[in-house]
Design a protein around this ligand. Structure first.
Ligand SMILES: [Zn+2]
Length: 233
């Protein structure tokens, strides 16, 4: 099977997963894979991500111009192009509107509290980008400050974008963000948070450096390392 055929089928599979998990409704969301340094395979607009076929995908160039496919490309292609341009390590992107994480994004609350060790190690934290109108260059501009240092971003009043070296890893980051948002919500319902201490965060970041490379861990600005609320509220 050709690599392109494999990626078309992967996009169908993970599209079905974001739909089955309730991360998208109706025709929301989009997924893409970088085929090479000139071409991106991406989902079309106006189709349920739970009911796509491999032949539905569109191939665009680095300017977003369609070079193959019958359907029109997602209107959020500009966000995908920006991420691929700023992050040569990224090979795949998932954008969805998972309800709990999107609730935080609609409340203007970033997911930056160090509440769960695996999330600190895997993602650091999930910052909140300001609002930008979908389908415009404004949306990509709002994400630009965060893309170099974070692998998942909350988009104000909109949703979440996550990316990685494979579509599987990009999808898993999306799942982690939504799962963490649910845990953070429970701590808010309980009326108290018990954040990890600076000492524990530093141990997790050393582990992160071992697993993911020191450069990434060192470059990640973690808001909670500076503010680090220690007291139980
Ligand atoms: Zn969206």
């Amino acid at each position: 099977m050709s690599a392109e055929r494999k990626y078309r089928e992967e996009i169908v599979r993970y599209g079905r997963m974001i739909h089955e998990h309730g991360f998208v409704a109706a025709m929301d969301g989009n997924l893409s894979v970088r085929l090479d340094n000139r071409r991106i395979l991406v989902t079309p607009t106006c189709v349920s991500k739970g009911a796509m076929k491999p032949a539905d995908m569109v191939i665009v160039d680095t300017e977003g111009q369609r070079v193959a496919g019958r359907r029109n490309v997602t209107s959020e292609i500009g966000m995908h192009l920006l991420i691929y341009r700023l992050r040569p390590d990224v090979k795949a992107i998932v954008h969805a509107h998972p309800p709990t994480a999107t609730g935080f994004a609609a409340a203007g609350v970033p997911l930056t509290e160090p509440l769960v060790c695996e999330v600190v190690m895997g993602l650091g934290c999930i910052p909140l980008a300001r609002y930008g109108t979908p389908g415009t260059s404004e949306l990509a501009q709002t994400l630009e400050p965060y893309v170099p240092e974070y692998d998942a971003i909350l988009m104000s009043n909109h949703g979440v974008v996550a990316y990685g070296d494979t579509l599987e890893h990009a999808y898993m980051k999306m799942e982690t963000v939504e799962h963490f948002a649910q845990i953070a919500l429970v701590t808010h319902l309980l009326g108290r948070q018990q954040p990890l201490s600076n000492v524990e965060i530093e141990k997790l970041l050393s582990a992160r450096a071992r697993y993911f490379g020191a450069k990434l861990a060192a470059s990640m600005p973690l808001p909670f390392l500076r503010s680090s609320p220690q007291k139980v509220s």
